[in-house]
Design a protein around this ligand. Sequence first.
Ligand SMILES: O=P(O)(O)OC[C@H]1O[C@H](OP(=O)(O)OP(=O)(O)O)[C@H](O)[C@@H]1O
Ligand code: HPA
Length: 178
Amino acid sequence: MAVIQVHDKFFDVFIDKETLEHRIAYLAAEINADYSDRQPLLIAVLNGSFLFVAELMKSLKIPCEITFIRVSSYQGTGTSGVVKQVLGLNEDIRDRDVIIIEDIVDTGHTMAELLGQLTARKPRSVEIATMLHKPEATRIPVNLKYVGFAIENRFVLGYGLDYDGLGRNLPCIYQLVE
Ligand SMILES: O=P(O)(O)OC[C@H]1O[C@H](OP(=O)(O)OP(=O)(O)O)[C@H](O)[C@@H]1O
Ligand code: HPA
């Protein structure tokens, strides 16, 4: 299998493009069935989710809307360490059916924080769709309704995911060669 180099590290193909896109179409079919009588708002978390959400949306048949947010991390002044803040959500999500779209749930910190901040805005429902999940890395469990692939606790790259800014444009998922 072809090995690629990004910065100082080497990666090989882990999930090929066809497998990935087939699975994403399957997730879209599940969402189509689950939301057949609703009009969900997809909230995609930048940067990493941009390719996943684009591929997912191509197979959604239900009426749906999309918006994009960022989650900033900064050092808190108290003992809590890194604090995350949701940026860019201008829509009123009260009474909306929201689906959060992520590229990866790793430790769960980002998603737990996001879920807390979105739930406080009183949506009718909130579910999560993530392309990848690392169950062994979980520090804060969150309920993930739509999961593309549950993977080992290894650093991955491509299809939106980066290593120090690079690799997001790779058309499939690569894993770190140890
Ligand atoms: O479960 P966690 O351990 O919190 O990790 C998951 C988060 O990490 C990545 O974002 P990152 O902060 O790298 O930003 P990016 O999407 O711009 O790459 C990913 O897109 C998730 O948002
Ligand atoms: O494995 C990963 N790769 C890239 N970005 C990430 N953000 C959390 N986990 C990862």
